[in-house]
Design a protein around this ligand. Structure first.
Ligand code: ATP
Ligand code: MG
Length: 251
């Protein structure tokens, strides 16, 4: 298999200017590679930098140091840390898809319009884009009466499915998934897991964050566990012991 993404000694810190320039370490010194068509699962506790890592690859966040090489089929690499914003946008439009942990809905834009937007931006005729979207709406089991409704009123699970559909509609070669099954019930979880398995058979490379170790086992070819080396962990003082669990609710 050929290399698709290579992350080298990546660091991300946030400097909180409003907090006297306090540094928050999102993750530290991460290196890994993902081959074309491979699924890399990211695990780790809440706050250990999983979403930040994916956001750095998609360039929602600038990295503090390190490199991120994206390879094409001929083996040529672009360093996503160094390319211009225009080049990054081109990569996002054509090659890299990102499903965020939460869907930020825009008021008065219908589910159908949210889903077809990436194809319209690429110059597709609306009719053709709608035809492709309808197939996805059926695949993701979204009731017909919601296709032209506004997702701001949708349930968490419906919003998350719209979020994933919008990314999958123009079939990127590389997908970044931030907890795509987090707010779904068992049935919808199974739909998404089946679709991800299908994506794997179509040689799409995926980096996915999953909290459920069973889902990770089921999908991942390999796993990157994020943990926190003790040197930047701040000591948290023990709370004073009150009541059964050490917290007094009535004060
Ligand atoms: N924009 C930001 N500004 C400041 N700190 C941030 C920002 N984004 C993330 N952080 C901090 O970086 C650390 C890692 O956050 P991140 O969201 O990457 O964690 P996570 O592993 O995805 O957690 P979860 O499992 O809860 O989604 C946290 O301490 C968080 O507070
Ligand atoms: Mg997260």
């Amino acid at each position: 298999m050929s290399k698709h993404l290579e992350v080298v000694k990546l660091n991300k810190q946030f400097t909180m200017h409003i907090l006297d320039k306090k540094n928050i370490v999102a993750f530290h010194d991460i290196s890994f590679t993902v081959d074309r068509g491979e699924f890399l699962g990211i695990s780790g506790k809440s706050g250990y930098g999983k979403s930040s890592l994916i956001k750095c690859i998609y360039r929602n966040y600038d990295v503090t140091s390190g490199d991120i090489f994206l390879y094409d089929k001929a083996g040529n690499a672009l360093n996503l840390v160094e390319i211009s914003d225009i080049e990054m946008l081109e990569i996002r439009n054509r090659r890299l898809g990102y499903v965020s942990q939460f869907l930020y809905t825009i008021p008065r834009v219908t589910a159908m319009n949210i889903v077809i937007e990436p194809l319209i931006d690429r110059g597709w005729e609306a009719e053709r884009a709608i035809e492709r979207a309808k197939a996805l709406f059926l695949l993701f089991d979204i009731p017909r009466n919601l296709w032209d409704a506004y997702p701001s009123t949708f349930s968490g699970g419906e919003k998350q499915r719209i979020n994933i559909m919008r990314t999958l509609i123009d079939c990127p070669e590389f997908l970044l998934l931030d907890e795509p099954t987090a707010s779904l019930d068992k049935k919808n979880r199974a739909i998404i897991l089946d679709i991800i398995k299908e994506l794997k058979t179509q040689e799409i490379t995926i980096i996915g964050i999953f909290h459920d170790p069973e889902e990770l086992d089921l999908l991942a070819d390999k796993t990157l566990p994020l943990d926190r080396p003790g040197f930047f962990e701040e000591a948290i003082p023990e709370p004073p012991h009150h009541g059964k669990n050490g917290f007094v609710f009535q004060i």
